[in-house]
Design a protein around this ligand. Structure first.
Ligand code: SF4
Length: 64
């Protein structure tokens, strides 16, 4: 699994950080930053949930 985020779409809602704090963080402006672009198996379900919860669809999961 690989993740990309689009800070142009991010509205700083923080759902991703609350759902998968090992993978996502927010910068000083509240925009998403990635701590782990290629999360391990233990993180995958939380990452999928975070991507689904993001209100602006700023998190994309790539299954490659
Ligand atoms: S949940 Fe979406 S909008 Fe909110 S901080 Fe994360 S990427 Fe940005």
């Amino acid at each position: 699994m690989r993740i990309t985020t689009d800070t142009g779409r991010c509205v700083g809602a923080g759902q991703c950080v609350l759902t998968a704090p090992q993978v996502f963080d927010q910068d000083d402006d509240g925009l998403v930053t990635l701590l782990l672009a290629e999360p391990g198996a233990g993180e995958e379900s939380a990452v999928r949930l975070a991507a689904g919860l993001c209100p602006s669809r700023a998190v994309t999961v790539h299954e490659d």
